[in-house]
Ligand binder design. Structure first.
Ligand code: ZN
Length: 409
């Protein structure tokens, strides 16, 4: 349903552009007769692209045009090794701004707005993406960058910023500072465009109510332009993405096959117009799902759900996908259970065994354990063996994202 047939010609064009000169994709697809790719099914047989390959192309191996056409580069984080460099042509830069401008428009932001941009500038795609979109819209960009809360708040008051662009954690920090300093009546914010991290409903509500603003999720990754390729609307039920620039697929990360529409899987992106560094079937490792049907806002752009985690964190037990955000959501709904937890999956006596360790302040642990067992059965669909420990009873891992331990392999 999401894979519209009219996108096929766009995909074939993208494939041609990506491979028409000696480079990354002509090498990658060596041995594949590209002329034989005529249908959506053929296209879906092409191998995926992964970040490791993009890294191997460092520094400029991804460049698919004459280097004289490149007007800018960006680079993704190098924390896990060699960075990935993405070259942009003038058209790529313009296309990105067009998409970002649409994001602002979908969020109801206009040229009357004053857009306070706190994401970082530099090799990152963050700050400059927010800025280019704002300028394209015709709004006033206030290119703050991150940090220096005093200066942020002073500028916010003096220039009367109306839109805050930030990560969720920084938006929360600013909201708390504003409350603490009692300056809320001097703040003119009306909307927030929040990107780049997974954030819960609780945090969203806190930021929205502390600042008295409406919030929008924005999505993107450096490999695919940067932030601004998808955004939530007033209906707040998923993010619209721009299918005239991008082709999205959602796959089972283990098998690589498409999941049924509406089910959670890993987002795979093909760029339809990108020139500097086109990507074919790029695995984002972000978990989401297509939101079926049309949005009540009336926009025709299809939707994906808010990113709910990384595919590396997802495991399949008894045919059911389990990921941290889902467990967290269930625990939040059980009185007495804290959101500090671990899931240990093991293979015992020929069966998958799922233990959920969680913290509780309750004296009667058996009652809370039972409540968690029932809630997980209802909301996730599997039987588990919950075990409650006292507050602080679980190790605080440095790498907080590791919540699920799969000992079966
Ligand atoms: Zn909508």
């Amino acid at each position: 349903m999401m894979n519209k047939p009219e996108q096929l010609s766009g995909l074939l064009d993208a494939l041609k552009r990506a491979t028409n000169r000696e480079g990354f994709y002509s090498n990658k697809f060596k041995g594949i007769e590209l002329g034989d790719i005529k249908t959506m099914e053929d296209f879906e047989k092409l191998p995926f692209s992964d970040k490791a390959e993009l890294r191997d192309a460092y520094p400029l191996g991804l460049c698919a045009v004459d280097e004289s056409e490149i007007v800018r580069i960006h680079s993704s984080s190098g924390t896990t090794g060699t960075p990935v460099i993405i070259p942009y042509t003038a058209q790529d830069v313009a296309d990105w701004a067009t998409m970002f401008c649409r994001c602002y428009e979908i969020a109801g932001i206009t040229r009357q707005d004053r857009i306070h941009i706190t994401p970082g500038y530099g090799l990152w795609t963050a700050g400059i993406g927010f800025q280019a979109g704002a300028e394209k819209l015709g709004a006033m960009a206030i290119p703050m960058g991150p940090g220096n809360t005093d200066k942020q708040l002073q500028m916010m008051m003096d220039v009367k910023s109306t839109v805050l662009c930030a990560t969720s954690s920084y938006a929360l920090l600013l909201a708390e500072e504003i409350a603490k300093r009692g300056i809320k009546d001097k703040i003119h914010l009306r909307k927030g465009v929040i990107g780049s991290e997974r954030w819960g409903e609780k945090m969203r509500n806190r930021i929205a109510s502390e600042l008295g603003i409406q919030l929008y999720d924005i999505y993107g990754l450096t490999e695919v332009y940067g932030p601004g390729i998808a955004v939530s609307c007033d209906e707040n039920c998923g993010m619209h993405y721009f299918d005239d620039y991008l082709y999205f697929e959602i796959i089972d990360p283990k098998t690589g096959k498409h999941v049924p529409d509406g089910e959670v899987g890993e987002l795979v992106i093909t760029t339809l117009r990108k020139q500097g560094a086109p990507l074919i079937r790029y695995r984002t490792h972000d978990l989401t799902r297509f939101v079926p049907g049309e949005c009540a806002c009336g926009l025709k752009y299809p939707r994906i759900d808010t990113i709910i985690g990384r595919s590396d964190d997802m495991v399949k037990v008894k045919g059911v996908m389990i990921f941290p955000a889902k467990i967290e959501e269930v625990l939040t709904g059980v009185a007495g259970a804290s959101s500090e937890y671990q899931v240990v999956i093991d293979h015992i006596d020929g069966k998958d065994h799922v233990q959920i360790l969680f913290e509780t302040a309750e004296e009667n642990k058996a009652d809370v354990e039972n409540a968690v067992r029932i809630a997980v059965k209802q909301k996730v669909g599997i039987m588990t063996d919950p075990k409650a420990v006292g507050l602080g009873g679980l190790p605080r891992s440095e790498k907080k994202s590791v919540r699920i331990y799969d000992k079966r392999y």
